[in-house]
Design a protein. Structure first.
Length: 650
């Protein structure tokens, strides 16, 4: 079954070179019970580790069933250990905080032979621990723990058992019981290679090999050993091919369960790791929500101005560093507005505009507000369709009618919220008839858009403010792509009409203002999100640090898992899953915290907050990516550990 020739293994202990094995050659037949004895430091454990594929020789040949295992890859070695070999360690090497049943079933996680986990129950029954299956390892005696280790070694039906000082940490009674179990296993047909320094223990074997200073001193049969049982040759199963299956799902769920258990064993440390991710996700969600709210508020304010609007005004001039009043150089008239309507292409609406502050009075109630004189086109240009009543007509404009429309605020203050249509209101001691109520526009900061009143522009000019000119002309263009052309045509028309340079007038493009404000809002949102993302990166660094500590603390566990057949990918997957679990819980808590912070800002700080699914998905996805990226290094470090070096780690 096993054939080795001229095995050599050298360790470098500082400047001293130690030859653990120096030209060892031997063979082991199927069904043999071999004991390797020798003093401490003789090389017997090193030989067993090489025979058990936990370590590799510096030179020599090593065949199992005629197969040269020195050419195997790490994954092939792991699969071979899992299917063909079982290990019984002197230190038991049982996982803490897990039951006896879970310890026995550990090799099944890494098996690809489709065995069900109920085989672990049978193995515990076989070693006489049927009533201790659910007990944790710290609730078992030394002998019982070694029995669990034996059951674990048998769970994948190996053909070869390695036992390293199986009685070294046991009392005489427990040691006797364990050796009886080993004899029973040998009688059932298993090949057993036992390493010990105790001659009494070695006498249970059929053959005793004594090793000293890395060389075989003697190799002779034991005259007191029982007869070799007749066993059938057991073929080694080939490694199952990869691919997605229900077994793959089951193995993944087991890894997730084990990862959660490992994290739960250090609750405070796990919580602190998740805290960084939670703060980062919450910061991203809250800042994006506030940024979206600010953007929505700006868009709402700009929507009140209308779309595709140009605002034409006389140019302000300054002299001696003092700005002169608007209109001192040139003035606009209603005739200019009419000319723009008739002669400039792509114009769909024009309104001459004047405004000022007036005092409103109804009975003994007074209210001061802003009154604007406008043309009928102002209704559709600025989306001011009255919620009650109607807007001005051309006839009322031409006749300078004493009519008005009131905003929601003066209606509330002067009429108590009742319908004011048809009622009278005094403006600067002149009586006006209310013909409509303006739509509710809301407020922004310190400005109340509903605290307003409209009158015909001619009425405002002649009867209210005593002017023969307008302050500005507002123009609506049919499409955004025609705005620039219309703007040039309007300035050219006014230069011709007023016989002055086009620079005497200025046009403000509200669409450009809106784009600038929206762009600024986007930049601020991006800046805030970037700052918040830093918290996520810091949280990721925290995860990496915790995972590195976890790898160091669990080095022996990693070595055990590799000895039982875990591949590098299995180890890496487990630690990546742990990092993802931390990120998942941190992300969930971060979503809840970020949402709560956003609603708190909206309620107590009077801020507009807009939550979007995209921001939540982005923050949650980013946290998952952080967990993967910062978990890769610790996971790779764990996956690359040498099994025997990890098992020896203190």
């Amino acid at each position: 079954m096993i054939k080795v020739e001229n095995l050599r293994k050298t360790y470098q202990m500082g400047e001293v070179e130690v030859r653990a094995l120096d030209g060892v050659s031997l063979s082991v037949e199927r069904g043999e019970y071999v004991a390797i004895i020798g003093a401490s430091g003789s090389g017997k454990s090193t030989l067993m580790h090489i025979l058990g594929l936990l370590d590799v020789p510096d030179s020599g040949t090593f065949e199992i069933d005629g197969t040269d295992v020195t050419k195997f890859s790490e994954n092939q070695l792991a699969a071979f250990r899992n299917r063909v070999m079982g290990f019984v360690f002197q230190q038991f090497n049982l996982l803490k905080r897990t039951s006896a049943l879970e310890n026995v079933g550990l090799p099944l996680i890494y098996a690809r032979n489709g065995k069900k986990t109920d085989i672990a129950d049978k193995m515990l029954d076989l070693v006489g621990l049927a009533n201790r299956k659910s007990h944790h390892t710290n609730e078992l005696s030394g002998g019982q723990q070694q029995r669990v280790a034996i059951a674990r070694a048998l769970v994948n039906s190996p053909s070869l058992i390695f036992a390293d000082e199986p009685t070294g940490n046991l009392d005489s009674k427990s040691a006797k019981e364990i050796m009886e179990v080993m004899s029973e296993l040998h009688a059932s047909g298993l090949t057993i290679i036992l390493v010990t320094h105790d001659a009494d223990v070695a006498n249970h074997a059929q053959r005793i090999i004594e090793i000293r200073d890395g060389k075989i001193l003697s190799d002779a049969p034991n005259p007191h050993a029982p007869e070799v049982p007749q066993v059938e040759t057991r073929e080694v199963e080939e490694e199952g091919k990869g691919g997605f299956s229900l077994r793959t799902i089951r193995e993944g769920l087991v890894l997730v369960k084990q990862s959660i258990r490992s994290l739960a064993a250090n609750k405070v440390r796990t919580a602190l790791s998740a805290l960084g991710i939670m703060i980062g996700v919450a910061a991203v969600i809250a800042t994006v929500a506030v940024g979206n709210g600010a953007k929505a508020a700006v868009e709402d304010q700009m929507s009140r101005l209308g779309s595709n609007l140009l605002m034409l005004m006389p140019q302000r001039r300054s002299r001696g560093g003092v700005a002169q009043a608007q209109g001192t150089v040139s003035r606009l008239s209603r005739d200019d507005a009419q000319a723009i309507r008739e002669e400039v292409g792509h114009v769909v609406g024009v309104s001459s505009t004047v405004d000022g502050n007036v005092q409103l009075k109804v009975g003994n109630l007074n209210w001061s507000c802003r009154v604007t004189g406008v043309d009928p086109d102002y209704e559709f240009m600025r989306s001011y369709e009255p919620q009650l009543g109607r807007f001005f007509t051309d006839e009322e404009i031409n006749s300078k009618a004493m009519v008005c429309l009131l905003g929601v605020t003066p209606v509330r203050e002067l009429f108590g919220g009742e319908n004011p249509v048809g009622k009278k209101v005094k403006m600067n001691r002149r009586t006006y008839t209310v013909i409509g109520v303006l739509p509710e526009k809301g407020s922004s900061g310190f400005q109340d858009y509903d605290d307003a009143a409209f009158v015909p522009v001619t009425t405002a000019m002649r009867r209210m403010f005593g002017r023969d000119y307008v302050e500005r002309i507002e123009i609506q263009i049919d499409a955004p792509e025609n705005m620039d052309r219309a703007q040039m045509d309007i300035l050219a028309l006014l230069a011709q009409r007023h016989r002055t340079a086009s620079g005497s007038f200025e046009i403000r493009n509200l669409a450009e203002i809106q784009d600038a404000v929206s762009s600024t809002s986007r930049v601020m949102s991006l800046l805030l999100s970037s700052i918040a993302s830093i918290a996520l990166v810091v949280g990721g660094i925290g995860i990496m640090n915790i995972m590195l500590v976890s790898v160091t603390e669990r080095t022996r566990e990693i070595g055990l898992r590799k000895a039982l057949g875990a591949r590098g990918g299995d180890i890496m997957s487990q630690f990546l899953i742990e990092a993802l679990v931390i990120s998942f819980f941190g992300g969930c808590l971060g979503i809840a915290l970020g949402t709560a912070v956003g609603y708190a800002a909206e309620r107590f700080a009077n801020m507009t907050v807009v939550f979007t699914q995209d921001s939540i998905y982005m923050a949650f996805g980013f946290s998952a990516i952080i967990g993967i990226l910062f978990g890769i290094w610790p996971a790779r470090k764990a996956a690359r550990l040498n099994p025997i070096e990890a098992l020896r780690y203190e």
